[in-house]
Design a protein around this ligand. Structure first.
Ligand SMILES: Cc1cc2nc3c(=O)[nH]c(=O)nc-3n(C[C@H](O)[C@H](O)[C@H](O)COP(=O)(O)OP(=O)(O)OC[C@H]3O[C@@H](n4cnc5c(N)ncnc54)[C@H](O)[C@@H]3O)c2cc1C
Ligand code: SF4
Length: 453
């Protein structure tokens, strides 16, 4: 159905096209492919790939285990450091992390395919339902985790392994955070995010309460009063506004909302998409929104970014992926106003930009791109509510290297904090480390005082 007579409609493609377009981006290696890929590893003793991984997975060890036909052993090695190793194998920008650091990444050679090998091992383990770790005896302590995204889930899982009970509160209907609502559909095909949550919960000791929002249904002081420790993995719930004329027109949407609707749609053909779509931004969200707009059947998709190719947050691999799907990326263009007709988007006027004395400025030249949908991917922000006097820096929760906040007994991790990159694997590392710090804290608090002579 057309929206306001614009080109925005659902159901542009045949059902088989939707199925093909949103299937797995990189299907899993078969056994032979995995053995060949594993054989390329030099098993470096000071493996730089491992240092580049925020969760410090022992990469040479798990690759050796695959090469000796022991994928379950490999999965154990991976999960011991990263309980969401299956999702990370699918979504990690390995080209800027472990694979970039791989010693085989040279002009003449190519890195070992670490991400795909990780997926091979973790998929096999999850399909067999095999759990590798048993929970420590119950400690009687209960930890409140707010946010069931990668940070909260990793924290809850490690806390449960340490013998505590974790109660996870999340404002949304389903757990998973951006794994469920944000990651591109072709990276987490076949409902992988929920399958991974089920796999994590199978160890026991974790209860998820959806539809419970901090700041609306309870406050931080309620949690510090009722629980032995608190972990905040709130992500970035706010989206930045353009602040431009025409932003309220029908057809101007936040890219994260567009992706969330797409991820939740029973039938991709029901998701309305423009004929000519402009995506504003230069990060992973812009690339994912643009590719998925194209896969939904948009005829033209153009990413407009206000700086040059080298300044884009999206990696070169992601930029190439977008280009391979027919997305046009245009640099040095900054939105000036959105043009409308009959209440809906009809085009966007942009300023040409340039760097002068290190500052980004308009050149005075403008141009117009005709379009019927604009997707804003210009960044997200942390929406703090119910946090009392918790220390913040540049709009995010301040944490130290043990994920401690300024409040005793309150820990935080992932995108809502001021440490590390906004990546799934970083959130997992924070959640895990916070759970271990909480465990040490609770153990120390339970020790009898030692009399000093
Ligand atoms: C479109 C998009 C694509 C991305 N693609 C990739 C990718 O391919 N690879 C990659 O590594 N990273 C990617 N990222 C980044 C990655 O998704 C995040 O870094 C990661 O999800 C952060 O995890 P988190 O647990 O901190 O937050 P989130 O995943 O955002 O989870 C936070 C959870 O907290 C809940 N919550 C928020 N406020 C409250 C409240 N007041 N009360 C209760 N619950 C609350 C939310 O409902 C949510 O479930 C992408 C991000 C976006 C937006
Ligand atoms: S750096 Fe590359 S070759 Fe060396 S251990 Fe890591 S994956 Fe193997």
């Amino acid at each position: 159905m057309d929206r306001l007579g614009s080109g925005i409609a659902g159901g542009r493609l045949a059902p088989a096209d939707y199925e093909r377009n949103f299937s797995d981006l990189h299907p899993r290696f078969d056994r032979h492919e995995a053995l060949v890929a594993a054989d390329r590893c030099y098993f470096c003793h000071d493996a730089p790939c491992m240092t580049a991984c925020p969760t410090a997975i022992d990469i040479p060890l798990f690759i050796r285990q695959i090469s000796t036909a022991n994928p379950l052993g490999a999965a154990r090695t991976i999960f011991s450091q990263n309980s969401l190793g299956g999702m990370c194998a699918r979504v990690c920008p390995t080209e800027t992390l472990c694979e970039e650091a791989c010693v085989r990444h040279t002009a003449e050679d190519r890195p070992v395919e670490i991400g795909r090998l990780q997926r091979y091992a973790t998929d096999i383990a999850m399909e067999t339902g095999r759990q590798f770790f048993a929970r420590a005896p119950e400690t009687g302590k209960t930890i409140a985790v707010v946010g069931a995204g990668p940070a909260g889930l990793a924290c809850a899982h490690r806390a449960a392994l340490n013998g505590h009970t974790a109660i996870v509160f999340d404002a949304r209907e389903k757990p998973g955070g951006l794994n469920e609502y944000g990651i591109a559909a072709y990276k987490a095909a076949d409902d992988f995010a929920q399958r991974e949550v089920d796999y994590l919960l199978a160890i026991g000791g974790i209860e998820i309460r959806n539809g419970h929002a901090l700041g609306r249904d309870f406050s931080l002081s309620d949690l510090t009063r009722d629980y032995d420790a608190v972990f905040l993995g709130l992500g970035l719930a706010g989206v930045n506004a353009l602040g431009l004329e025409g932003e309220d027109l029908a057809g101007v949407d936040d890219a994260v909302d567009f992706i969330a609707a797409l991820r939740q749609a029973e039938n991709k053909a029901d998701v309305p998409i423009g004929r000519r779509v402009v995506v504003l931004g230069g990060g992973m969200t812009a690339i994912d929104a643009a590719i998925q707009a194209k896969l939904l059947g948009a005829e033209e998709v153009t990413i407009c970014y206000r700086r040059g190719k080298d300044q884009m947050n999206a990696s070169e691999y992601e930029q190439d992926l977008a280009a391979s799907k027919g997305v046009l990326i245009r640099h040095w263009l900054s939105p000036k106003r959105i043009l409308g007709r009959d209440g809906a988007v009809a085009g966007i006027e942009l300023d040409y930009t340039a760097l002068r004395d290190g500052h980004l400025t308009g050149t005075g030249e403008t141009g117009v791109i005709a379009c019927d949908q604009v997707l804003k991917a210009i960044g997200q922000s942390f929406r703090a509510s119910g946090l009392g006097t918790l220390a913040m820096e540049r709009g995010r929760i301040v944490i130290d290297e043990h994920c401690r906040t300024s409040m005793d007994g309150v820990y935080a991790g992932g995108d809502c904090t001021n440490r590390g990159e906004d990546l799934t694997v970083q959130a997992v590392a924070h959640g895990r480390d916070a759970a271990d710090a909480i465990h040490r804290h609770l153990a120390a608090a339970g020790q009898p005082a030692v009399a000093v002579a």
